[in-house]
Ligand binder design. Structure first.
Ligand code: Q46
Ligand code: ZN
Length: 359
């Protein structure tokens, strides 16, 4: 197998493009895919400050690397944001890898740690709120990514959702004909009152390609899946789609691009309606349809559960009101190395959540 660009031995084939590449040509190919996606969908404008949600996984670290490469041409600033989810060893390791990527390149990594800064870890918050863990996790990510970008004066949050992620989410949304989610599923969501722009520059590149990109570029990433992902419906959707892709290369790309080009518009109104009539959360100021936003409710429920546990342990009556502490955000550029970690398949890929408006 020879590289289609330079005729040197190829290291990877991309069947849906009917092409094979050597290492350097493949890196150029990925950069071109991402550059074109950003340009075609007007994801990022000249002079923008971009915050990349990194989780220590291949997609988000590859995205950070790719955006850094484009930063000169696009005249943009690109920093990282790492959210610690408190998922045991998995979070510790993913945090370590995100920090290492930043340190080795002298990059700025903003860090938020859910347990330290907001008083609960994902598994704990999910249990207290009686939500599925990925629901509590996705909700926290959307809220905190947006808030960190607003606090830091960033114009846009970029996440590492790749073609496989988008195809799996789309399949799930179509199977349920969920109009609101379908309306929100688009690689660029414009800024609005209380919301920064959100973009997904990897929507045209596959998961396998991002893994190959990291290997070729020498990027060390966490290989393990989030332990909570086991049994997640999206993994089952990915398996189905992988099978279809094996039989007919290009299926995922045409499924996703066909939706964006020809069907998304039909659902956009449903999603837009959900953004109307929002008001600031009484606790944190984020836009919400109710009085308290979903994240503050989750934080409060987790706080109550923890206080109740403590009371039980101390033998006291369980009747504890909830204090909503003010969050703190740490900036790694200003404050070195005191953090515990979070996750990839995670931080960069929030699963969709029923509730709230959050985009
Ligand atoms: S949502 Fe769920 Fe991920 Fe959060 S709890 Fe793990 S699997 S990290 S993309
Ligand atoms: Zn709030």
């Amino acid at each position: 197998m020879k590289c289609g660009g330079c005729r040197q031995p190829a290291v990877i084939d991309v069947r849906r493009h009917n092409a094979a590449f050597c290492g350097p040509c493949f890196v150029r190919h990925c950069r071109e895919q991402v550059r074109r996606t950003i340009h075609d969908l007007r994801m990022i404008a000249k002079g923008d400050r971009v915050l990349v949600a990194v989780s220590g996984g291949k997609d988000s670290l590859a995205l950070w690397d790719l955006l850094l490469d484009l930063a000169g041409d696009l005249s943009i600033e690109v920093d990282g944001l790492y959210l610690g989810l408190g998922i045991g060893d998995y979070s510790d390791e993913s945090g370590r890898l995100a920090r290492r990527f930043a340190d080795e390149r002298g990059l700025r990594l903003v860090e938020i740690d859910l347990p330290t800064d907001h008083g609960f870890a994902v598994p704990e918050g999910a249990k207290a709120a009686r939500r599925a863990p990925c629901s509590a996790c996705g909700l926290s990510k959307r809220h905190l990514f947006n808030q960190a970008a607003l606090d830091g004066g960033y114009d846009v949050v970029a996440t590492g959702h790749n073609l496989d992620d988008e195809a799996a989410v789309l399949l799930g949304n179509v199977l349920r004909w969920d109009g609101e989610y379908l309306g929100r599923q688009f690689p660029v969501l414009p800024a609005g009152e209380g919301f920064v722009r959100k973009v997904k520059p990897l929507v045209r590149v596959g998961e396998r390609e991002m893994a190959a990109y990291c290997v070729i570029r020498g990027i060390d990433y966490i290989v393990d899946e989030c332990p909570i992902a086991a049994g997640n419906k999206h993994l089952a959707y990915k398996e189905v789609l992988n099978d279809l892709e094996r039989r007919s290369p290009g299926t995922k790309a045409s499924f996703v691009s066909g939706f964006f080009d020809r069907a998304h518009e039909r659902f956009a109104g449903t999603a837009a309606e959900s953004r109307e009539g929002l008001r600031p959360c009484a606790s944190c100021g984020s836009p919400t349809p109710g009085e308290i936003c979903a994240f503050c409710r989750l934080r409060s429920q987790a706080g109550s559960a923890r206080a109740a546990d403590a009371s039980r342990a101390a033998g006291a009556p369980v009747d504890t009101p909830v204090a909503i502490a003010s969050p703190q955000r740490r900036d790694r550029a200003a404050e070195p190395d005191t953090h515990t970690g979070p996750t990839d398949r995670g931080a960069a890929n929030p699963a969709p959540d029923p509730i709230e408006v959050n985009r």
